[in-house]
Design a protein around this ligand. Structure first.
Ligand code: AMP
Length: 682
């Protein structure tokens, strides 16, 4: 069957439902000034965009910076705002359009149990030659989220409990997230590409009471055995969950463990009982979720998001930044394991009454036209992804893009890594719509820098992700003195406290780390993004790269120290350094320099190859394929400072064949040649 879809947005939300009486004729400069000069007034207006069970008593409490509280005393519920609130006007509009190019008609022979599993889960899917699809109205979503919440409650999950979600891009992952927020449980989604070790660290740090997973996922046709990884993770974790709730997709048979609970069986019970679970009203500052992100140490940080501020910030951003409207279709091509997936696949489009596309699949499978076919079939209006996916398509036959009617697209946003001109030009040539680079972080949860097509048309400058968004008092400061940098002068991109609503409120169970990681500059009132930047005369910012040892692979942040720790588990290892080098497709790739006990092992090609594979294997086992080193070198020494710090900056320069810069702090000059030699040996 070949799909000829028509748009499903039969009903438009009443504008009063998703936006307040905000004057959109304002210039962006007015909006920005108001947000900085009078944040309480500005955000009080924006707060009208969501439903409050109890109105906030105080809009901003900045009496204990850098800890900021927004909408103090207000009570709301994220899930209620995403789902229940739309039942009156949008019940039959699609909330999600789920598509999987990993599962299609032809694969039904390979996976004979998949069809039954869909039906056991109440998933009314349509199979096509190239993908499987399910449209889910707000009404359907309401039912499914209530069943899921009921299953959680019946298994002892309640307000404040932590729940790890380790799932691919399937609808049940969205239900799980929304069900958690409905009952006040705190979810922590772990990216499916991470390995058992990552999972165990997060289970321990969050002290999770439940873990939700699947039997398996599919990526590029390859089966990923989630259940097995979960079993290993649970075994490694010190704090073990009481239950593992398994959504079986019928892809891979598995042996149930004593703590396993089958979701389809439990859902049936809730469905038969027509279970409805009342939303739990949370004080605005109570946490909605944790999302772990890499830092400079080996232990990831649990970025903690609040409830009311998060809902207000995301709803406002759909209007002011993305210029999205209820009834339109938003497609963020990202995994739910990342902040973009949280904010712009799940929460923001639903908060705004839009239809959100959720896609399981790669950009070029079954062919490089798949994105554009999905756009055509579902009349997607706003797209958002990381440049890497686009670069992948750019390498393919260009005509794929012209085979489909993509005229529904009004803008295409990119973030997560620098957007190069050639990728931006390629998209703009073919789509003829604004290609908008924007900059944000897991911590901010929504854009810090952007261009704002909704307001007066400030020109779009290539190479710049834009200017500071309303609410962000962002500026570039001298790293040493804290003084503001002049136009054209490189410095640290910092944001003065208070951070606007929606940004992280702390690091989970670690206020000290929140302060030391983000607010350790000068007066403790400047949030450090850990990015270098420069601004031009017109106030447009340009990102110049990280200030720390964090690298960005295909838009995903990875701490080099995490990789080094994985490599150090190899019995031959004395020490190692991992640096990121430029890569055309993925932006950056990690490469490892390892000093081993018996250097003679690198003399024969076979034993060096074996060692290299072992090092790569240790990283993949511990951190997953995303952190796989692109190359492993074995120098006899690493360059160090007199205080014993490895000079990664110099190693990176050598790896990229660039000048090493100031080497006055170098303690062991021969190490430079050792590093060079190791790359020659390769
Ligand atoms: P993450 O928290 O994983 O989304 O990573 C955030 C980091 O990605 C930022 O601190 C930047 O280093 C980088 N980043 C995000 N967006 C952009 C962008 N538009 N241009 C350049 N770098 C970006």
């Amino acid at each position: 069957m070949n799909e000829q879809d028509t748009p499903t947005t039969s009903q438009q939300a009443s504008s009063a439902q998703v936006s307040s009486a905000i004057d959109t004729k304002l210039t962006f400069a007015d909006v920005y000034k108001n947000s900085i000069d009078n944040p309480s007034h500005f955000w009080a207006e924006q707060a009208k965009r969501i439903y409050w069970h109890k109105e906030p008593e105080q809009i901003l409490d900045d009496s204990n910076l850098p800890f900021t509280q927004w909408f103090v005393g207000g009570e709301t519920n994220l899930c209620y705002n995403c789902v229940d609130r739309h039942l009156e006007d949008l019940a039959e509009q699609d909330a999600f359009i789920w598509l999987s190019s990993e599962i299609n008609q032809e694969l039904m022979e390979t996976y004979p149990n998949v069809e039954q599993a869909f039906s056991d889960l109440g998933n009314n899917v349509e199979f096509y030659t190239d993908y499987t699809k399910r449209r889910l109205t707000y009404n359907d979503l309401y039912k499914e989220v209530n069943y899921f919440a009921d299953v959680l409650q019946r298994h002892g999950i309640g307000k404040g409990d932590r729940v790890i979600i380790y799932m691919p891009m399937i609808l049940e992952a969205a239900y799980a997230m929304l069900a958690c927020t409905r009952i006040g449980a705190i979810h922590s989604v772990v990216f499916g590409g991470f390995a058992a070790h990552n999972l165990a660290i997060r289970m321990d740090d969050a002290e999770a009471k439940m873990l939700i997973t699947v039997d398996a996922g599919l990526r590029g046709g390859k089966v990923i055995n989630y259940k097995n990884l979960v079993n290993q993770g649970v075994e490694q974790a010190i704090h073990k969950p009481n239950h593992v709730l398994v959504v079986s997709r019928g892809i891979l048979p598995f042996e149930a463990q004593p703590i396993d609970v089958d979701y389809a069986t439990e859902r049936r019970i809730s469905c038969q009982a027509n279970a409805i679970v009342d939303p739990v009203w949370l004080e605005s500052n109570e946490p909605s979720y944790l999302l772990y992100t890499s830092g400079t140490t080996g232990t990831p940080k649990g970025v903690q998001r609040d409830t009311g501020g998060h809902a207000v910030a995301l709803t406002t951003s759909i209007d002011y930044i993305y210029d999205g409207k209820a009834g339109e279709t938003f497609w963020t091509i990202s995994d739910i394991g990342w902040a973009a997936g949280h904010s712009y696949t799940i929460y923001a489009p639903l908060l705004a009454g839009m239809s959100s596309v959720m896609y399981e699949g790669l950009p070029h499978r079954p062919n490089p036209g798949i994105w554009w076919r999905i756009v055509e079939a579902n009349k997607v209006n706003i797209l958002f992804t990381a440049p890497t996916g686009v670069r992948m398509l750019k390498k393919q036959d260009e005509t794929w893009m012209t085979r489909y009617d993509v005229s529904s697209i009004k803008s295409f946003f990119l973030a997560g890594e620098p957007l190069d001109d050639s990728t931006a030009n390629w998209l703009s040539k073919h789509l003829g719509v604004p290609i908008l680079d924007h900059y944000w972080q897991t911590e901010s949860g929504w854009p810090i820098l952007c261009h704002t097509p909704k307001f007066d048309h400030k020109p779009h400058k290539k190479g710049s992700p834009g200017y500071p968004m309303y609410g962000y008092n962002a500026h570039i400061i001298n790293e040493e003195t804290g003084e503001p940098c002049a136009a054209g002068e490189k410095g640290l991109l910092a944001i003065s406290a208070p951070l606007p609503p929606g940004c992280l409120t702390t690091v989970w169970q670690n206020d000290k780390r929140f302060v030391s990681s983000y607010f350790n500059l000068f007066n403790g009132k400047e949030y450090s993004t850990s990015d270098y930047a420069v601004a031009d005369e017109d106030g447009y910012f340009y990102i110049l790269g990280r200030t720390d040892d964090v690298i960005n692979v295909a838009g995903h942040r990875i701490g080099t120290q995490e990789i080094e720790e994985a490599i150090s588990t190899h019995p031959e290892m004395i020490e190692c350094a991992v640096v990121g080098i430029h890569d055309e497709l993925k932006g950056e790739l990690p490469i490892a320099f390892c000093v081993i006990k018996d250097h003679s092992l690198t003399e024969s090609t076979e034993s060096r190859f074996r060692l290299e594979q072992q090092v790569i294997g240790a990283v993949v086992k511990s951190l997953g394929g995303i952190a796989r080193p692109a190359a492993v070198y074995f120098p006899q020494a690493l360059p160090k400072t007199r205080s014993g710090k490895i000079l990664r900056r110099a190693i990176r320069a050598l790896a990229e064949n660039k000048p090493t810069g100031d080497m006055s702090t170098l303690d062991n000059p021969p190490a430079i040649d050792a590093v060079k030699q190791s790359m020659k040996d390769y």
